[in-house]
Ligand binder design. Structure first.
Ligand code: KG4
Ligand code: ZN
Length: 336
């Protein structure tokens, strides 16, 4: 590779139930291919053992499609990047084993990427937030408030003590009998309803979050309403969804506002699967306007799990020569 040549990076993401591959070329995304796993729908949640088996079926065609859509051959790649954690152990193993095999066979550099840092790096794909910026990363397994000082220099200043925001959406949806994944279903109903019902806001010190109390309050609320009126959910589904969504959103945004004020940060971002939520996006933009923030949200396809964000993170790791060895192992939990 010459000094002026930008690295070509093949990135692979398989931490949960999406098998994704992307090619990063000329400083941007040349392809981004994602195969979803419908098998979990009938179980109402991701079944880890099934997820790893489906990753095995998807990974070869997904990688081939990403490389050919970019108009390249495997040998044109300078580095192979892969999600190393956090995630499901079996799912991570499929991606990592494949990436290591490919790097070894092609004699290419291996880069191991933290999935949560990559959600933040989704911001580097199409726009460039001003450093330092504050990012609220909300996914199915994590809720984090992150101060981003430089591309891959990130500090977690707050996180959930129990359930993640996406989990809160998914568990509420399950209780309401909505299909998996529940977050988008709650969002769909919420857009048609009004937040008529009140749920408690947890009083957690600092920048940490908690959603388990809300989950319990919601369970008792639904049980109580159904006892009085068995058709309650049939007639009130939209309003119930609007109410629980509004509470989840206000819990997130109140902490975000507190942290931005305390740290005097005016550049504020959303990332992760839950940032696809219409109520959160609207609330975030409205709050940003009121507070005088410059706000950033990744494109819809870069909010939920995808390999383009792994490629973006890997690009900045490549610049700093943060390479991995072939004995790299997956991490179910992974600090920054
Ligand atoms: O980041 P992500 O794709 O995967 C993880 O890393 O976990 O996030 C998935 C989560 C799920 O909990 C899903 O229900 C939630 O994001 N989600 C939503 C919406 N779209 C995805 N939650 C609420 N409203 C949405 N529109
Ligand atoms: Zn994710």
């Amino acid at each position: 590779m010459t000094a002026s040549h930008q690295p070509v990076i093949l990135a692979i993401e398989s931490s949960c139930d999406e098998t994704s591959a992307a090619v990063w070329r000329n400083g941007g995304v040349a392809s981004n291919v994602t195969a979803t796993q419908d098998v979990h729908r009938q179980y109402g949640g991701v079944v880890p053992e099934l997820a790893s088996r489906v990753h095995q079926q998807h990974i070869v065609p997904v990688v081939h499609q990403a490389v050919s859509q970019a108009g390249l051959k495997l040998d044109d790649v300078d580095a192979v990047a892969v999600t190393v954690g956090p995630g499901l152990i079996g799912s991570l193993l499929v991606g990592i084993s494949f990436a290591k095999g490919l790097a070894l066979a092609l004699n290419k550099t291996l880069i191991c990427v933290n999935h949560m840092q990559a959600h933040v790096a989704a911001h580097y794909i199409d726009h460039q937030p001003v450093f330092p910026f504050l990012c609220l990363t909300v996914s199915g397994g994590h809720t984090q408030l992150v101060v981003v000082n430089d591309f891959m220099q990130m500090e977690i200043i707050g996180q959930t003590l129990d359930d993640a925001a996406g989990e809160a959406f998914d568990k509420a949806a399950k209780l309401l009998g909505l299909s998996y994944p529940g977050g988008p279903m709650v969002d769909w109903h919420a857009q048609r309803g009004e937040a008529l019902f009140q749920f408690p806001e947890p009083q957690i010190p600092g920048y940490d979050f908690s959603f388990s109390g809300l989950k319990t309050a919601f369970l008792y609320f639904v049980q109580d309403k159904l006892k009085r009126d068995p058709s309650f959910l049939k007639t009130n589904m939209d309003n119930v969804c609007a109410s629980i969504q509004q509470r989840i959103v206000t819990i997130l945004l109140n902490k975000l506002k507190q942290a931005a004020n305390d740290r005097n940060i005016k550049h504020v971002a959303l990332a992760g699967g839950v940032s696809a939520n219409s109520g959160l996006r609207k609330g975030f933009e409205a709050l940003g306007k009121k507070e005088g923030w410059t706000t950033y949200i990744p494109k819809f396809e870069y909010c939920t799990d995808n390999a383009a964000m792994i490629a973006a993170a890997a690009f900045y790791m490549y610049e700093k020569k943060q390479f991995a060895q072939l004995d790299a192992t997956p991490h179910v939990r992974m600090p920054f």
